[in-house]
Each structure stands twice: as C-alpha cells, then as structure tokens.
Design a protein around this ligand. Structure first.
Ligand SMILES: [Ca+2]
Length: 251
C-alpha cells in the first residue's frame, strides 16, 4: 500500500515537473552576426512574415576612436573613457537609434550600463518578420564621420518558444487570405504546420465569431489604446483556440 502511494507521488511529481518544463520552453538562437561601425549594412536571414522574433544587440563601438568616445545600440557618452561603465549617457540625437533595422530607427529601451558579462549595453526587442532578409546598420548621428569609428555591435536573433502566440498582423493576413482580401498564401506556425481554411473556421467557431468579424477586430484601425486592445484581444482569442499562449505585446 505504501509502495503504491509512493509510486503515485512519483508520478504526480514527474507530471508536475513536466508541466513546468513545458511552460519554460526555451528560445532558439537562429543567427548571430556583427554590425560594423563603418556604416556598412549587415544582412541577416530571411525571417518569416508576421512571425515574432527576439533581436538582441550587445556591446559598444567608438564613434570617435581617437578620443575613446563610445556609443551602443541606442546611447552615447561624451566622457572619453576607455571602459564599459560610462559616467554619462545620452540617447541618440533626434529620436534616432545608432543601430537600425531595415534602415529604420529602433527603440532599444532604457539605458544599460556596465560590463557586457553583466548585461551592460545589452538591448533586446521583439521584431515581426517581413518575409525578407533582415538588415542591420550603424548610423553615426554624432559626427557623421565613419573613418574615425571603430569596433562593432554583435547581434543575435532568437526564434520564440513554440507555445508563444501570434500577432494581430499574423491573424489579419491569414483571415484575409481566407476571405479573399489578401493575395498570398497561408502562413505556417513555428512548428511548420500550415494554416488552412478548415483550421481558421474551427478557431472562429471556438471563439464564437464569424471570420468577417474577426478580421474587422484584428485590423481595427488606429493607434489609440482601445483599438490596440481590440486587435490584441481577438488575436489572443484565436491564439487560445489554436492552442497557443498570448503573443508578446510590447505596447
Ligand atoms: Ca565618427
């Protein structure tokens, strides 16, 4: 009898451990590269359209090597210190970022100071693929002179865990394909399973909406809070119906 209880406990423990483990599925590193302060473009891999990835930028470069004046993905210092720990910092001028993606500025978030081993000057964003190669470049917003620059920023791209949900843009595209609003093909989930009309009909039935109404919700226009919430709520209702968690909403 005791043995039976012990076995039951072991099974219960194993099951609960598995459950916890499945929630903490890891991200997968799919690419790493360097972006040089010479201003040349670094081309990364093709990233699937409407699929979120995490992009991480590390370290610092010199926007004026002779003076040891450094910048990272988003911030720069005017203190000529040859060190990871800066005594002052300013955001890139004009709302820009030093490290751009697809030739556009990125909001890399709050300042991060200190040695790279402790995560200093490390920045991370979620990026939705476009079906094209992602590109990176450093823009020197300080003196515009690339001949006095030195060093590079390492960059990494991670695929998100399989249970992560999909964005309003993903559902808008695929429901749009179903309704004939978009030319183009159905997307695949991260595990490679391709969406179909039958799957979309099943998700809509589970959510309790028509695909026309779902489309209207995920494409709710405007940037006001209420409309973003409508888009997010409908996307996450479809995510749940498809067996996924919520998408990562950075707003
Ligand atoms: Ca420079």
């Amino acid at each position: 009898m005791r043995k039976a209880i012990l076995i039951a406990m072991i099974f219960a423990l194993a099951f609960s451990t598995m459950q916890v483990y499945s929630v903490k599925a890891p991200e997968t590193l799919i690419w790493s590269g360097n972006v040089y302060s010479s201003g040349v473009t670094t081309t990364g891999p093709v990233l699937d359209a409407f699929i979120q990835y995490r992009v991480v930028a590390y370290e610092v470069f010199y926007y004026s090597r002779p003076s040891y004046l450094a910048a990272d993905a988003q911030y720069y210092t005017t203190d000529p210190i040859h060190d990871w720990t800066w005594y002052n910092h300013f955001p890139a001028p004009g709302g820009h970022s030093f490290l751009q993606i697809d030739e556009e500025d990125v909001d890399w978030g709050p300042f991060s100071n200190g040695v790279w081993q402790d995560g200093g000057h490390e920045y991370s964003i979620y990026y939705e693929g476009t079906g094209a190669q992602i590109t990176f470049r450093i823009v020197d917003w300080i003196d515009g002179d690339y001949t006095n620059n030195s060093c590079h920023l390492p960059v990494e791209i991670y695929e998100l865990p399989l249970e992560t949900g999909y964005t309003p843009g993903f559902w808008k595209h695929n429901i749009g394909v179903y309704l004939g609003y978009n030319r183009g093909a159905y997307s695949a989930f991260r595990d490679g399973t391709k969406l179909t009309a039958a799957l979309l009909e099943m998700y809509a039935a589970t959510v309790g909406v028509t695909l026309e109404d779902a489309y209207a919700a995920v494409s709710a226009r405007g940037n006001r809070e209420g409309q973003a919430q409508i888009r997010a709520d409908m996307a996450n209702a479809f995510n749940a119906a498809a067996g996924y968690g919520p998408f990562i909403d950075e707003d």
